[in-house]
Each structure stands twice: as C-alpha cells, then as structure tokens.
Design a protein. Sequence first.
Length: 86
Amino acid sequence: MDVSLTTWTELSSRTNDGLEVTLLWSRSSGRVKVAVSDSKLGDRFELHVACADALAAFYHPFAYAASGATRSRRVAGATTELQPQS
C-alpha cells in the first residue's frame, strides 16, 4: 500500500513542556503510530507500533523506542520514522 495515500485519524494527543505526543490510526491500513514532537529541541519522530502496544507507546514513547521494539534512524532536518523490527 502506498503510505502517501494513507489518511491518519487522531485518536488522542497530549502536550507537556514543549513535548507533543499524538496517537494516530489509519482506517485504510489498520496501522497505528505515535507521533512525537519536541518544540524545544526541534526534533520529531514517529513510532509505528502494533495495535496492542499503542497505549504503552503513547504514554511512554521514549521508553518504547528504547525498548528495542522499533528500529531507530535519525535524519537531520526531517521527520524520522521508527519501524517495528521484524
């Protein structure tokens, strides 16, 4: 499926001290992701997670990313997507 055609629906979001965390769901693909944006550092990344892990990743995105449940790659000046490891 072409990811560019996927429409994401916001399920929940929270903001605290410049950090915005958003839980998103795609009806067309059934996928879930958590988008994290830090306005203080100008950093952004997304965690593509299993549906069963969505709330854990939403409430603890940094711990989830560090847990090894995702692969991380940093791209300067761009949104980084973290994909589940297979």
